[in-house]
Design a protein around this ligand. Structure first.
Ligand SMILES: [Zn+2]
Length: 153
């Protein structure tokens, strides 16, 4: 299952990547280009724009028209529609660029991790595309809390 988030949905795209889903996010491109990519790459279009949703459907693109609520409601709707389960952190992709993450040992990424976090975290990852390094930081608990809310549903 691969997604394409429209320009308004940067946060949604980051969250989907975080919980393991291949999500393309395009900025400053026309609706026509967005639709073209969705068709070409067989991605599910995510949008809050009813007009764009209708245009996509007419082209045979699968669409999730998202609610105007917060991120929890958006994710519930997307995951619920396709019966998907968050795979965090097992399948987490880079929130910045959608690249896949590779597990690393601390020694391999030491210079990218602040000293305080080196002790706290047992797991480290590096993006295969942009090279950004991730670890179990302070965000971890917040992510878990949001995911617990989603899965309760
Ligand atoms: Zn990356």
């Amino acid at each position: 299952m691969r997604f394409l988030a429209d320009e308004m949905l940067k946060k949604t795209a980051r969250w989907l990547r975080l919980i393991g889903f291949d999500t393309l996010y395009l900025e400053r491109v026309s609706d026509a280009k967005v639709l073209e990519r969705a068709v070409k790459e067989e991605r599910v279009l995510l949008t809050k724009d009813e007009k764009l949703a209708e245009e996509a459907k007419a082209l045979g693109v699968d669409v999730v028209l998202l609610p105007q609520d917060g991120i929890e409601e958006e994710l519930k709707k997307i995951l619920g529609k396709y019966k998907l389960k968050p795979a965090f952190p097992e399948k987490t992709r880079c929130p910045e660029c959608n690249g896949t993450l590779e597990r690393k040992k601390l020694e391999e990424v030491k210079e990218d991790v602040p000293e305080g976090s080196q002790e706290f975290s047992e797991r480290f990852w590096k993006c295969s595309l942009c090279g950004k390094v991730y670890w179990e930081g302070a965000h971890w608990e917040n992510i878990k809390r949001v995911l617990a809310q989603i899965e309760e549903h």
